[in-house]
Design a protein around this ligand. Sequence first.
Ligand SMILES: [Zn+2]
Length: 431
Amino acid sequence: MGLSQEDSTARWQHLDHIRKTKGPFNPPDDEDEEAPEMLDTLGKSTILVIGAGGLGCEILKNLALSGFKNIHVIDMDTIDISNLNRQFLFRKADVGKSKAECAAAFVERRVQGVKITPHNCRIQDFDEDFYMQFQMVVCGLDSIEARRWMNATLVNMVDDDNPDSLKPMIDGGTEGFKGQTRVVFPTMTPCIECQLDLYAPRAAVPLCTLATIPRQPEHCIEWAHIIAWDQEKPFPSLDKDDPEHITWLYQKALSRAEEFKISGVTYSLTQGVVKNIIPAIASTNAIIAASCCNEALKIATTAAPALGFEDNYMSYHGDEAIYTNTFKYEKKEDCAVCGSLSKPLEVDPRWTLQELIDSLATNASAQLKKPSVRTESKTLYMRFPQSLEEQTRPNLDKTLREGLGLVEKQEIAVTDPAFPALSFKFFLRFT
Ligand SMILES: [Zn+2]
């Protein structure tokens, strides 16, 4: 059952007024020919949405209802029953199916004239040629690694001689009652990597705390997860999606918590800690997705100033009453993606190379899990190929200053398979 032509015109009447009427914020037109179609860039632009989860469902619905006609969506996940409370484009019958495909089909059914192309795969499965077809990218992701990859790809794609190679990236993120919206004009304004230290990895709890003096319910759960599971091996391998496995961990954690008189261990907390789940609140997703889509609409139509060159970061705090602020995040000259300088890396000269490598995972401005390291003249440790790994493995036990002869301010380059296009440059600062 579709809308008649008249209904459809009426539906877009007010939006068309914004889209097709030149306003004070539209750029001056050299030829002074303000044909309405010239301003109707929405209908012609192709926009990419990354993620069809909590934020993605909202973003797809909002973009379609804002008049974007040609949308693509990438998501590799399938629908889980636990998604249904907030990912409103999915129904019980969709459990097990592709998020991208179901979300695209639902919005196409409801909003006449919109074409949504789903891609049930990883963003890393596409190359720059694929990303080149879009005018803009809107990210609704819960993974920092995916954001970093997308950001690095968009920055690398910029070709100064081709203005179409610059793809604005609008990024939304939420965590419980908090959220943020940012807009990146790759190479021109601070990128996601410039802002990486805002996402400091959660400090790891020392193993000795887990083993001897737990203080919080999370410590008891981590103890069950890391220590008890290993000792007792109740199942051949841990499947974090298997309720039986989570129940085993929950009961272990609960008895440990009782022993140390700690309260607060629940089944859902166990699941959250083990799966590292960020709590999702549907209304926070709605707020952040709405602000992302308004920025997309303004960038596409130039109807009003958008986040970007001046203020580029909106942060929303709903955890203590309600507070929103918008500010200009500065570009970093030592950003691994868009900067040219190397970053300082604080290390103890008595550390082994292994300790330096371990520190890169928790260092807020690196967050690299599988790094390979070299200096300008020497390969210190390479994970691939295997022959090089074997050859460089003995270096892992050598100390930085005595064993490897590294000096203060030594430049090192670090690569990681998660970001194949990047080389992270650091210089050592001895502590
Ligand atoms: Zn940057």
